[in-house]
Design a binder for this molecule. Sequence first.
Ligand code: PMP
Length: 399
Amino acid sequence: MSTVESAPVVIPPSPIRTSALMGEVEQALSIKYNNLVYELRAAGHDIITLSLGEAFFDLPELNFGSLTGTGLHHYSHSRGLAELRARLAKYYQDEFAVPVDPDQEILVTAGSKAAIYMVLLAVLDPGDEVIIAEPFWLSYPEQVRLCRGEPVLVPHDVSVFDLARYVTPRTRALVINNPNNPSGRVYTDEELEFVHELAETYGLLVIADEAYNEFVPPTGPPFRACGSFDQEKRHTVTVNSMSKNYGISGWRVGYVIAHRDLIDQVLKINQHLVTCAPTILSCYLAEHFDDILEVTRPQIRRVVALRNEVAGWLADAGIETLPGSASFYLFASLGESTLNSSEFTTRLLRESSVSVVAGIAYGESCDRHIRISVGTESPERVARGIEAIRDLIAATSPR
Ligand code: PMP
């Protein structure tokens, strides 16, 4: 045998050297998964898609020609277009009793995802801890890591009233996602009051992500803005988005409301990373704030009603869900299935052409769950998807 034939295969090292930090950060599993769904669909497969993180709405015809604003194709104010800031401040003031100074206490940027990251970057020193309850929106821990902080993850069955156990001298902040993606849980007044007491006692920042605030049914606990418990914004940072409530996730417009001293720091980061949210879209939103909401609100009510109907179908099939009544998500248990959430999700897609997101994406304690989103399919197709989930759980459970 020649030496050439017996030489081991050598994989050349990548010419690209990346930071140790990137080795610690994961891809967003839900986005990775949805990219796969887009590819399957493009290849002609009919996928019942219960994995997308948004609801599709019929929106009014867009007429950019009617906008009265100027400089629409250019950069605009880094805090956000003044007219949009004023409108958002009024929304929080009128609807949720949170006073907001539009000149100093709000910043609009390219999506709330960027807003949360900038807030974390502005408050964390390396090694600072952030408490995040499972099931969590999967970007929180990775964003904390990107800021060289430490996410402290709390299993899903731990009560809010027990969170003090997770506070250490390094704890800097606590994330409250209300209503919660993926469970649809709405925090009660007692829980929110407790969180604020915790924040005062230990000097923590409460980062309240309220991206799904409109998706709350008339029955069940009402939505209460975190900021209404802390009118002076001593420790509350509110993050919200036009993505879900307005059904325009691709516009990339989100915002943060906080004490002016924090907004001033976030402003610096925004200036260096983003400059401003898309100007023409911000102008459109400022001029059509109420008309769009008027159109999406009845559709929001319908999708939330569907969510709660589906909770009933799941219960009838003996499938438990984590407590929740809001949003268009359900976090369903795999019951007796012997599969973990990734195996289940892969088999469901391969064998039944139904896509959901594996629970493991939402925390270690969630590998016995899957996230079902009912925001983008008709009730009939959702029902077919639920049947496939029920059948796969039955087929993979001990008899
Ligand atoms: N927070 C939560 C809880 C979310 O589910 C999402 C999007 N899935 C975001 C923030 C980010 O939304 P956006 O960047 O589109 O505003």
